[in-house]
Ligand binder design. Structure first.
Ligand code: ADP
Length: 191
């Protein structure tokens, strides 16, 4: 399975990604996690990414695309993967299309978690307290939501037009949402 998990910041992508990964035995590839790991290790990539992340802005496409390309080339992603947090721009969609086409495969489904804005802000502020993420202040959260609406929401239409979009209600218990995602994915034919 080659899957994308989408949704606004705070929709619970990371949590659901790990369940999907386990269920379908595919690696969950989170660009946010890879960036954060690089920031804490102080790599060149981390240094480049940090100022964008702290401001709630997207890291430039060239940087993100190269990073994803390298990750998808790893042996564990050969038989499938779940992308969490990528693509987030139309340029990234094109880039990903190229990467997948090159391997002779295709994208099977794009799952979008839909949630309400109010709940998201509450969740993110709570997470900020628990994890102390530098990009979880209220201003930055708002900025991330704006950018999502501007740059990432348009991707939903792109994938809907391709007939591979699955919208899942992301409100409610974690387990309930997982159940809905699994149910929706059951009908997806594997390529
Ligand atoms: P969120 O909680 O907003 O979904 P993530 O943990 O997925 O955030 O990502 C954290 C930050 O990493 C983003 O705000 C952005 O700066 C950067 N980032 C992650 N994925 C991408 C991407 N595909 N393109 C550009 N920047 C990205």
């Amino acid at each position: 399975m080659r899957l994308i998990l989408m949704g606004p910041p705070g929709a619970g992508k990371g949590t659901q990604a790990s369940f999907i990964s386990e269920r379908f035995k595919i690696p969950a590839i989170s660009t946010g996690d890879i960036f954060r790991a690089n920031v804490s290790k102080g790599t060149d990539l981390g240094v480049k990414a940090k100022r964008y992340m702290d401001a709630g802005e997207y890291v430039p496409d060239e940087v993100t695309n190269l990073m994803v390309r390298d990750r998808i080339d790893e042996p564990d992603a050969e038989s499938g993967f779940l992308l969490d947090g990528y693509p987030r721009t139309l340029a990234q969609v094109e880039e990903l299309d190229g990467m997948i086409k090159f391997t002779g495969h295709q994208l099977d489904a794009v799952v979008v978690l839909t949630v309400d804005q109010e709940e998201i802000v509450a969740r993110l502020l709570q997470r900020a307290e628990l994890e102390g993420r530098a990009d979880d202040t209220e201003d930055v959260i708002r900025r991330r939501q704006e950018i999502y609406a501007e740059q990432t929401e348009p991707l939903i239409d792109v994938y809907r037009d391709r007939g591979i979009l699955i919208e899942v209600d992301g409100m409610g218990d974690v387990a309930e949402v997982t159940e809905r995602v699994f149910e929706a994915l059951e009908d997806v034919p594997e390529s």
